[in-house]
Structures are given as structure tokens and as C-alpha cells.
Design a protein around this ligand. Structure first.
Ligand SMILES: [Zn+2]
Length: 176
């Protein structure tokens, strides 16, 4: 896993940091991963007085998995979501996602509760750029990271060049 996934975010789980400021440094998907790994019940009715409990469960999930693992799993979760949105999921990538998060309803609950906490604490600017990592061979380039094609150099003059370019699906901005 690229070191860029974890760089500069590791320090955030330092002792002495309040749950609130820890949470602020996690994006929504990271919070969902932490909640999934926590003691949060898979089903409960949300009430305002549960807000501190939600933040505490996020802290608990981070403690259990470690900051690096939370980010790694969240990146895979984001990569899965990216493919799902584009109808590009492969059975292999979907299988790995389900192996990582076998309880679909729980993951759904964790994601909804993560959104609730974003209204509570906001997200620090540095926490927003979660890489979307595809866990398995990329369905567009099959893992090569590049695609052959005719690439627009200048649209106005109709200048095209044939050749390899970085795969738009798996080598998007934010990935390494
Ligand atoms: Zn690709």
C-alpha cells in the first residue's frame, strides 16, 4: 500500500487528542469504516443524545484497526463505490469488498451514522482527499495503469495523438 495513503494522517491518533478533533480528521468513509469495526449496534434508532456515543464509537474503531488500516479500508471502500457508480464492478472486486465488509446492513448503517457525525464535527480540509483504490485488477486497464488510445491534445485545433495515457479509472488524481 502506497505510503501516501497514511502519510501525515498517522499522527492524528496521538494520545491526548479529543475524540472530537480525532473525528474531524477523518473523512466520511473513514468514519464509516471505524464505526463498522466498533461496538456500535447494527440497528438502533438515532437520537440526538447518541451523538457523543457515535463519536466515541469512531474513536473505538480507530483504536481497534489503527489509523493506517482505517484509511486503507476506506480507500478500498471508496474505490468500490467509484466502480459501482460507473457500473464497472467486477465479481472479483465485489467479492473482496464483501469479504472486507460482510455485513452489508451494518456498513450501510455505519455510512449513514458517519454522515450524521459530519454535520456535528465537519471534516478537516486535509482529511478530504481520500484516494479511491481499486482492490483487484482494474476493469479498464487490467492493472496496467495505462490505456492505449487517441488522446485529445488540443480540442480547438483537432490535434490528437495516439499512444498510452494513464488509466483514467485507477490512476486518477489523488492516487500516488
Ligand atoms: Zn486502470
Amino acid at each position: 500500500m502506497p505510503a501516501t495513503l497514511v502519510a501525515e494522517h498517522l499522527a492524528l491518533a496521538a494520545p491526548g487528542l479529543s475524540i472530537d478533533s480525532l473525528t474531524k480528521n477523518l473523512c466520511g468513509m473513514e468514519r464509516a469504516v471505524a464505526l463498522y469495526a466498533s461496538d456500535m449496534p447494527s440497528r438502533f434508532r438515532f437520537r440526538r443524545d447518541l451523538e457523543p456515543a457515535l463519536l466515541a464509537w469512531i474513536g473505538q474503531g480507530v483504536d481497534r484497526l489503527g489509523r493506517e488500516e482505517v484509511r486503507r479500508q476506506a480507500s478500498f471502500f471508496a474505490g468500490h463505490r467509484k466502480l459501482w457508480l460507473r457500473d464497472l464492478l467486477t465479481p472479483e472486486i465485489d467479492r473482496r469488498h464483501r469479504a472486507r465488509f460482510p455485513l452489508a446492513r451494518r456498513l450501510d448503517m455505519a455510512e449513514r451514522m458517519a454522515s450524521v457525525t459530519i454535520m456535528l464535527t465537519g471534516v478537516a480540509p486535509d482529511a478530504r482527499d481520500l484516494p479511491e483504490v481499486i482492490d483487484g485488477p482494474c476493469p479498464k486497464c487490467d492493472g496496467a495503469g495505462k490505456l492505449w488510445g487517441n488522446w485529445v491534445i488540443d480540442d480547438a485545433s483537432g490535434w490528437y495523438e495516439e499512444g498510452f495515457a494513464l488509466c483514467w479509472l485507477c490512476r486518477d488524481a489523488g492516487d500516488e
